[in-house]
Design a protein around this ligand. Structure first.
Ligand SMILES: Cc1cc2nc3c(=O)[nH]c(=O)nc-3n(C[C@H](O)[C@H](O)[C@H](O)COP(=O)(O)OP(=O)(O)OC[C@H]3O[C@@H](n4cnc5c(N)ncnc54)[C@H](O)[C@@H]3O)c2cc1C
Length: 593
């Protein structure tokens, strides 16, 4: 086996182990790739239960008051620090332990409610929202999800109140996007009572201010010469823990402390393992699912700020004797921000509800949410920047800071390119396996294979002859619902065609994967928007409201999204990929002059 094949085998083995642990309910995204509309996960639009909504409203009121009085995002950016009073205040409001169970000092909020809290913070200050995410969404998440009762009892109360802070340490020099390539070593002691950790981590948010760090390191696999990743709970008071750089100077989210640290023969008790030994990669990826969900919420908040700023300026700044809002090219930008902010909120809410409702595998949905919202937010900021013209460039307005802050979103917690490829490949795995079954049976028929191939063939064929039903309740949305159903059908046909045409090489064809992932993301976003709008119309009707809710943002989003989907699918056969690859090859081969 050559080196490339061996690497591919390793990747496939890792993916199999991580993603396909056993039989699971088909989620929304996996359903899409099979040509189905799994309505139960997305319709009706999820709502926070009334009792928790009351608690959430009270928390949001308290949070807003605290942030109005104490949060100064410009000063945080200038000083490159979030004042301790702000962290303490967030702790008092409950933000730092929002989803931790009440018995461990948390607020016991659902992900949906937590996302509303993060949206509020993301609306005001990206440094603060990233800090909260680093502590709560990912820093203490492994403890929350995989910790034993004893571990939770010992650590969570102080972490939930904010008296202590958490951090999540996966990234290393050689393990960035390639997270499985962690090199930090954890060697068991001879008596088996502890592990001895050695190595370095970099780009870790909260590293130098955290009291508890979830650290990924390699442990030996018993009975073999292999190693696997294990999650450890490490504290900075352990001898051998060294902060190499507490606050790496950086362009945006400057208030966060992004650091580097080294572990030199650090003894970590075996009781500090989080989850199962050797299953740390699964722990890390599950933790990141939560981070990506609150990423969506923070981006939604920031997009709403973009809208507010855009409207304010467009209604006041005059040129050519008119306010800017009179010009169609300004209107177009404002309309798009409005539509995108509506969609981002809907998508965040639906994704968070999947976690709350106990869907086992929501990896594709959280990846779609992360990529979609971070890309849309970047566009929103770019648009509002343009509307402000020269004034946006100066530091007395928040726009240059917002732009600097937002740039990390497309890179952190999984670079968007890596996640785009992941969405397409994991999504296509289901139909791909069915085609493989059919192909293998044709090549080597057997009785056992025939029945499996027959089932696979029926499934594939069924999806290609049936346009899925998108069940909306409001008559005025039936045309949109029918269009969405047809696009899902077209998407399924396109996925099938790509799998049949390219077979295994599709694993490396990222230009094809990108179009498939982009179409899937817009299908998911449109579904969330349609579901939200349907529920708003129904709610207004039940309330006896005289005027129907304003549909314009949702309507625009659906039209633009449907157009994009048609474009992505069309480009699968009408593209200039060969030229793209040739031009890249030529440049990559040239030695730098
Ligand atoms: C401010 C900040 C805070 C951070 N906080 C944390 C933290 O708290 N904890 C933590 O563990 N990590 C943290 N990180 C690390 C972050 O998650 C990584 O930077 C990210 O995963 C990318 O890794 P990398 O920087 O090594 O980039 P690389 O892996 O070198 O990738 C560089 C670029 O190459 C491209 N690329 C890479 N692989 C592929 C591929 N397979 N296909 C196509 N394109 C590809 C992408 O465009 C990518 O952006 C933080 C980073 C920053 C900048």
């Amino acid at each position: 086996m050559n080196k490339l094949d061996a690497q591919r085998q390793k990747e496939i083995q890792q993916a199999e182990e991580l993603l396909f642990a056993g039989p699971q309910a088909v989620g929304f995204a996996k359903g899409l790739f099979q040509g189905h509309f799994v309505a139960d996960w997305v319709m009706p639009y999820p709502r926070i239960p009334a009792a928790q909504q009351i608690e959430l409203d009270e928390t949001l009121r308290e949070l807003r008051q605290f942030l109005d009085e104490h949060l100064d995002p410009a000063e945080i950016d200038r000083q490159a620090d979030i004042p301790r009073e702000v962290i303490d205040g967030l702790g008092r409001v409950g933000v730092l332990g929002m989803t931790a169970p009440k018995e461990y000092g948390g607020r016991g909020f659902s992900q949906m409610a937590n996302c509303k809290v993060l949206e509020e913070i993301g609306r005001r200050c990206a440094s603060t929202s990233v800090f909260v995410n680093a502590h709560h969404s990912i820093g203490i998440r492994a403890l929350l999800l995989f910790g034993t009762h004893e571990q939770k009892q010992q650590w969570l109360p102080k972490l939930s109140s904010g008296e202590q802070l958490g951090s999540f340490a996966l990234t290393e020099k050689e393990a960035g996007s390639d997270a499985a390539n962690v090199q930090m070593q954890a060697r068991p002691s001879e008596d088996g009572s502890h592990f001895i950790l050695n190595g370095e981590k970099r780009y870790i948010t909260n590293a130098a201010i955290a009291h508890e760090l979830t650290v990924m390191a390699r442990t030996p696999v018993p009975g073999s010469d292999k190693t696997a990743i294990t999650a450890f709970l490490v504290t900075p008071d352990m001898p051998g823990f060294e902060i190499l750089e507490a606050r790496m100077p950086k362009m945006g989210i400057r208030g966060t402390a992004t650091g580097r640290f080294a572990l030199h023969d650090v003894k970590v008790p075996k009781e500090n393992i989080l989850g199962t030994m050797g299953k740390g990669l699964k722990v890390a990826l599950t933790v990141l699912d939560f981070g990506r969900t609150t990423f969506g919420a923070c981006c939604t908040g920031a997009a709403k700020t973009c809208l507010e700023l855009a409207v304010q300026h467009a209604n006041t700044r005059k040129q050519f004797n008119k306010t800017l809002g009179n010009f169609e090219l300004v209107k177009k930008k404002i309309a798009r921000i409005t539509a995108d902010a509506y969609a981002m909120e809907a998508m965040t809410t639906v994704t968070a509800s999947l976690i709350d409702r106990g869907l086992e595998d929501y990896m594709i949905e959280t990846a779609m949410l992360k990529v979609f919202t971070t890309e849309r937010l970047w566009e929103c900021i770019n648009d509002v920047f343009q509307i402000y013209g020269g004034s946006a460039y100066f530091v007395d307005l928040p726009l240059e800071r917002m732009m600097r802050d937002a740039r990390i979103n497309q890179i952190g917690e999984g670079a968007n390119e890596v996640l785009t490829s992941f969405i397409a490949l994991v999504g296509m795995r289901g139909p791909g396996m069915e085609f493989k079954e059919i192909y293998d049976t044709m090549m080597k028929p057997s009785r056992d294979r025939m029945s499996k191939a027959w089932a696979a063939g029926k499934n594939r064929l069924g999806a290609t002859i049936r346009v899925p039903d998108v069940p909306v309740q409001s008559d005025e949305l039936r045309a949109h619902a029918r269009q969405l159903g047809r696009l899902i059908w077209r998407f399924n046909v396109a996925v099938n065609r790509a799998l049949i045409t390219y077979r295994e090489p599709i694993l490396d064809m990222q230009l094809v994967q990108e179009r498939i992932a982009n179409a899937a993301m817009d299908l998911f976003a449109s579904t969330c928007v349609l579901s939200r709008l349907d529920s708003e119309i129904q709610f207004a009707r039940r309330n006896g409201d005289a005027a129907p809710p304003d549909h314009s943002a949702a309507d625009l989003f659906l039209r633009q999204s449907f157009r994009r989907i048609r474009g992505f699918l069309g480009a699968l056969t009408d593209n200039e990929d060969k030229s793209v690859l040739a031009a890249a090859k030529s440049s990559l081969a040239k030695p730098p002059s």
